[in-house]
Write a protein that binds this ligand. Sequence first.
Ligand code: NI
Length: 257
Amino acid sequence: MIFDSHAHYDDKAFDQDRESLLCSLKEKGIGRVVNISSDLESIGRTEALTGQYPFLYGAAGVHPSDTGALTEENFSRIGEAFRNPKMVAVGEIGLDYHWPEPDKAVQKKWFERQLALAAEKRLPVVIHSREAARDTLDMIRAAGGSELSAVIHCFSYGVEMAREYLNMGHYLGIGGVVTFANAKKLKEVVQYMPLSQMLLETDCPYLAPVPYRGKRNDSANLSYVAETVAQLKGISREEAEAVTYENACRFYRLEEA
Ligand code: NI
């Protein structure tokens, strides 16, 4: 069984066939999915999905690129989501310096606030970090370092940065990019890191693995990611799937089904 630790099934890319697709996942070997919010509206959509599908859990948080919409008034919406016991993490939150907006000060302010919310609620955090390696690491350290439990989703940095997070006990999210021929740096990270700190993720509808690169992604494609991880680690695909499933249950604090 495969655990998809990071999906966006509330995305409009799934509007035509969301129900049939989600209902088909079990027979394709997908045991559990965590749907990740990216803005305030997607928190409500994520909660609705967790009510419809027993195998689907949710995370509530605002993506760095959407933090321009946050105010002191609407920030409380994020915390309210955790009255629902199927909302199991704060995310995705972090820093994205690829785009100039919102500016770094705004992104940092709301990243810090959401890290504090996670600490207050004692929940794990799902981190988005793009072209912001140093600031992300500094802010996670300041927020409690290894006191906090984090996954660096769609990990895009090198072995040096991986070591920093792994030494603090955090997890790295590995998805479709690892199957790309030019993903030399990520393949090195996968070979370097312990399997016990790896989560598999789609980030669907984005980042489909080879041979579906560029198409809409969904959790069933994680078998290609597991196969590539298995080759890089010299283990079987079944072992890669089983260990990352256990890891995700531990990270999101779910009992193993
Ligand atoms: Ni995502």
